[in-house]
Design a binder for this molecule. Structure first.
Ligand SMILES: [Zn+2]
Length: 233
């Protein structure tokens, strides 16, 4: 199977899993792209409903947002630069995901950053609050400039909220981009619930580092394993 074929297959499978996961809004709206390794091109879903993605509904684009192969529906054509800007500004990004996951989007609509108050966020590498890029109509020059400014102003992060719109996450792989969307959504949901109990309490910056270092040490130690004959009796 060719490289492009493998990537198209991953996009289709991930789209199906996103629909099944329940993280999308009822319209199943969103878009997903993957950088083609070693090139300045990316594959992007060419219709905006994740339940309709097939290998034919994925276009190939260059970093200037030109369609190279395939087709793209008007509503998806509008947002090509939203993906292109991430690949341009973040060379490490291998995949970009955009959804309207409702709890995270609630923060975006309220123009509020998602604070670091939930440990899972820290464990997934988010040691700073998730920033909000100022509003501009989806995919417009204004919107893209606001995303670029947010990327410049924040420490390396794999998530941005789009004011009055939704969520943009990215990672080195599709799985990382999806995991970032998942943890941002989970955090937003829990923090909104915490509001009814007096509000979420931030994790102190030094404790964020402590949590990440501790996790890293365990990861480096690998799987702990003892084969004891006595323990089986
Ligand atoms: Zn959107």
């Amino acid at each position: 199977m060719s490289n492009l074929r493998v990537l198209r297959n991953q996009i289709v499978n991930t789209s199906e899993n996103l629909v099944k996961s329940g993280i999308l809004t009822r319209s199943n709206h969103g878009n997903l792209s993957v950088r083609v390794p070693g090139t300045d091109t990316f594959l992007l879903t060419s219709v905006s409903n994740f339940s309709q993605i097939t290998e034919d509904e994925i276009g190939l684009f260059d970093f200037e947002n030109n369609l190279i192969d395939g087709s793209v529906a008007p509503s998806s054509a509008e947002i090509i630069p939203m993906h292109g800007i991430i690949y341009k500004k973040r060379p490490e990004a291998g995949s970009v995901l955009h959804t309207h996951s409702k709890f995270a989007t609630a923060f975006a609509v309220a123009n509020k950053t998602i604070p670091v108050a939930y440990e899972a966020m820290v464990r997934f590498g988010f040691a700073e609050s998730i920033p909000v890029a100022k509003y501009g109509p989806r995919g417009s020059q204004e919107s893209i400039e606001n995303i670029a400014t947010t990327l410049d102003d924040t420490k390396p992060s794999r998530a941005i909220l789009l004011e009055n719109h939704g969520v943009l996450t990215f990672g080195t792989t599709i799985n990382e981009a999806v995991a970032a969307n998942n943890v941002i959504e989970e955090s937003a949901e829990i923090i909104i619930y915490a509001e009814s109990l007096g509000g979420a309490k931030l994790i102190a910056p030094e404790m964020r580092t402590f949590a990440q270092d501790r996790m890293q040490k365990f990861a480096e130690a690998g799987v702990l394993k003892i084969r004891s004959a006595d323990a089986k009796n």
